[in-house]
Design a protein around this ligand. Sequence first.
Ligand SMILES: *Cc1c(COP(=O)(O)O)cnc(C)c1O
Length: 442
Amino acid sequence: MALLNNNAHVFQSSPAGAVLEAAVGTKLAEMANFSTKTAAGLTFPGGSYSNMHALMVARNQRFPEVKHGGIVALAKAGVRPVIFTSAHAHYSIEKSAIAAGIGLDNVICVPTDDCGCMNPVALRELAHREIAAGGTPFFVNATAGTTVLGAFDPLAEIADVCEELGMWLHVDGSWGSPLALFADPSVFEYPIPAGRINSLTINPHKLLGVPLQCSFLLMRDGLGVMRETLGLNASYLFHSAPEDDESADGFGLHQQKQQLGGSWDFGDATMGCGRRPDAIKIWISWRYYGTKYFSDRVGRARQLAIEFADMIASRNTVHTSELGNWKLFVRPQSTCVCFWFIPHSEADRHTGRKNNNGSTNPQCWWGDVTKALCNQVNATGKLLLDYACVDRFAPTSVPGEYNKNTVPFFFRIPFNSPGVTVDTLEAIMNSIELAARHLYSN
Ligand SMILES: *Cc1c(COP(=O)(O)O)cnc(C)c1O
């Protein structure tokens, strides 16, 4: 416990923690295909903060005047920084834009395909549209495992656009990147073209089951750029400036020190000071369970998702339910399964009903049914289910424009826990049918 209460801001207060953090960062970077000679990673208090730091570093690298002059300096020069993310990305990208002074109006949501993957052609078009309108695109967030559908954006095509237009490519792999790093390729394959990616977020506290919080931001070119763009080198605390730090000598870790930006004091590379030694949690899990366990764990989550999707797709015929119809939203690309159950009595109930925005989408009623069923299941106290939507972002054929309220709420089950079995999947389906019987049959 004492180890977990150490302060990981300076080497002197947590030498073992610093060495472990650097080692795990490098190991994760290696598994993500980054060069072990240059890449490094640091922990942040969650994926949102890892993403936010990536954006701040990218902003200050592209616009160095911001560090001293603030965002005002850009406004004075008539520069409007613009960032891009897929319409299905996590909201932390927008939060980061608020914090970094970019502003929500300068976060452009790129349309996706039906599976929720970013459309790189639309990305290129939107970037050119912004340039024509006087904007300066500088950052793209691609998602490896979107929160709702578990979609993986096409990194190589997105990297093409980023290289063409000189944009920083960040990959938000908070949720899904452990699949890419650890899964056996026969179960899940998603090659990461790491040489073309500037930064990547991975949350071991999600798919790897490491206790909260444990999130890494991996930097292709090491931590030097973090120190340059965000550091102050406050010498009353951070003594290990590149020229005078000998504190790591005894460890023989000078090559690594280069990757860490010339210092073993990590606090100054972040926007904070005191830091939890979060790396210790994944280091202990990794030592105890081993890489094979992580690989099996994420592979099993993927296989359960496939199994569950198959059960949903076949239930209508196998079970010929007198109650209603099961319907998948999309085939799951990774470990999130999204679906509806529509009781027969409700299937036609929509006729004549208006959607929230006045349109007569025949499916608008399904969302209300999903919520009612979900609440009914949860009231039994045996299972806790949840629902989600992609409402806000249903793409239209016009890049950058979205239909509101066109996709009704659906059940969403993100597989993760190794405690879930096929029996659990049966129980979920049975409990939804039971709820439907209770609510909709008379
Ligand atoms: C969960 C999630 C985040 C946020 O991570 P926190 O650790 O909860 O801050 C960011 N991006 C994606 C895709 C996520 O699923």
